[in-house]
Ligand binder design. Structure first.
Ligand SMILES: [Zn+2]
Length: 264
């Protein structure tokens, strides 16, 4: 009987907790989505990170029908400095690693929706089998796609020496800019791993923003070197799951506010 009472209390507490989260007003801020490959033929390793073209197309349809406006991360940075006004319901679509299907498959679907995106490339992987070439990213940037750095070699930055970190973040930026890519203003942390010190280094290396893999929403109050993203893996439940992912960003943003209040 005692056991039953304990379980009952826990269930009630969980229900109250979720009801409180649900009833909290929707937090300010916009989502940043994190994709990788968009292809009908993912290899086994990337299957989990791949979204099928038909699903991606349906997701962009959903965003369009629901009044979302895609922006680039540079536009967000400019708006943050008061140099640009953002449209209503902004959203950023990001693609990590720089896979060649981003050019062959993703870009045509993106363009058919007249949308924008950000592709974070690994400088030393460019031109290798399965990855984008310099020529392709040069072309992409003229077509609504901003190129960002996903470092030189995709090494997890936390734990590297200061010199190694500089090589990864500084040299990748210089290399890309010398290759004819417009100013590289944003970085994506490999494996989403970061710490405070790293955010400071990236700021000093003249980046305007950096994205993590932590879910949540973003606004002008968010640390621009710790922007939050919702991962979009291959959906098993179609557009319903995509809507849940968008909701996940909101719930985590609410939890963030909750945590903030508790810490006060
Ligand atoms: Zn990556």
């Amino acid at each position: 009987m005692k056991k039953f009472k304990i379980i009952f209390s826990i269930v009630i507490a969980i229900i109250i907790f979720f009801a409180a989260i649900f009833l909290m007003p929707t937090p300010e801020g916009f989502p940043i989505l994190e994709y990788h490959t968009i292809t009908n033929t993912p290899d086994i390793d990337s299957k989990r990170y791949n979204v099928l073209p038909a699903d991606f197309n349906a997701q962009l349809d959903y965003l369009q029908q629901n009044g979302y406006n895609t922006i680039t991360i540079q536009e967000f940075s400019l708006a943050r400095q008061g140099k640009l006004t953002l449209p209503d319901k902004p959203i950023i679509l990001t693609f990590d690693d720089g896979y060649s299907d981003n050019y062959e498959v993703m870009m045509p679907i993106l363009r058919s929706h007249k949308m924008k995106a950000v592709v974070y490339v690994i400088a030393n992987e460019l031109g290798k089998p399965g990855y984008l070439t310099i020529k392709q990213i040069q072309e992409m940037q003229g077509r609504g796609i901003e190129i960002g750095s996903h470092t030189a070699n995709h090494r997890q930055l936390v734990g590297l020496t200061h010199k190694e970190i500089l090589h990864e973040v500084r040299d990748s930026k210089i290399f890309l800019e010398w290759s004819g890519i417009n100013s590289i203003s944003s970085l994506s942390y490999p494996n989403g791993a970061y710490d405070d010190e790293l955010a400071e280094i990236i700021k000093n290396e003249n980046y305007l923003s950096a994205v993590t893999g932590d879910p949540g929403l973003n606004d002008f109050e968010t640390n621009p070197y710790l922007l939050q993203r919702v991962n979009i893996p291959q959906p098993r439940l179609g557009i319903f799951e995509f809507r849940l992912r968008l909701l996940k960003a909101e719930i985590f943003a609410k939890l963030g506010i909750f945590q903030h209040k508790l810490q006060r």
